[in-house]
Design a binder for this molecule. Structure first.
Ligand code: SF4
Length: 213
């Protein structure tokens, strides 16, 4: 069984898939407690479903793109992987959003992994499992969420130290209520000539806090 907090269809609000209709499957439970978490409601609440039940529910939402998110979906990795394999066999495109603290080993190659690296202001900056760098491929995406310039500088160091810019998409966004504006972060990225994709969460622009967190 897989414990699921919610399933809904919305527009993908982040990543290089932004703007596409997507079915979001939010799994319950998280091993981290980021200070600015906007999905704390998924820490405990949810209902158990079999893979067969989830396949039927997902099919009804009628999107080709499926994102597994949380919470932290890889806490239920053993149950999730067989479901993902069945979805891939049915030609769905799968995105997996994960907080980076759990091994990405054995995730099917077809899955696009969107992996957070938590920074200082989250309170979880030591959580990233560095061996995950070796598993990521060019189609995967690394995500940083910034609250302040301390976070920004930490991100810059991580990108440089691990030579991340050259091989894959790096997504950068701002904590919704940060004191630093999008414009200030954007100017900094441009003046530092960072090769990253700055994004403003589309779903929040459209719906505020109501949908697709
Ligand atoms: S990893 Fe995600 S769900 Fe977990 S506490 Fe951090 S922001 Fe919230």
């Amino acid at each position: 069984m897989i414990k699921v907090n919610e399933i809904f269809r919305s527009l993908q609000g982040e990543s290089s898939y932004m703007g596409l209709p997507c079915t979001f499957v939010r799994l319950s439970g998280c091993n981290l407690r980021c200070s600015w978490c906007d999905t704390a409601y998924a820490y405990y609440e949810g209902e158990d479903h079999s893979a067969e039940e989830l396949l039927k529910i997902i099919e009804k939402f009628n999107t080709n793109l499926i994102e597994f998110t949380g919470g932290e979906p890889l806490l239920q990795k053993d149950e999730l992987i067989p479901l993902i394999e069945q979805l891939i066999a049915r030609e769905y495109k799968i995105l997996l959003e994960t907080n980076g603290s759990i091994s990405l080993k054995n995730i099917p190659d077809e899955v696009v992994k969107i992996v957070d690296i938590k920074l200082h202001s989250s309170g979880e900056s030591d959580s990233f499992l560095t061996e995950n760098f070796k598993i990521l491929t060019k189609k995967d995406e690394i995500k940083f969420v910034l609250s302040d310039f301390f976070d920004y500088n930490e991100m810059k160091d991580i990108i440089k130290k691990n030579n991340l810019e050259t091989d894959r998409s790096i997504l950068v966004s701002r904590v919704f209520n940060s004191n630093i504006s999008d414009e200030e972060f954007a100017e900094k990225i441009l003046s530092d000539e960072l090769n990253v994709r700055y994004q403003i969460q589309l779903h929040k622009l459209i719906w505020g806090d109501k949908k697709a967190k």
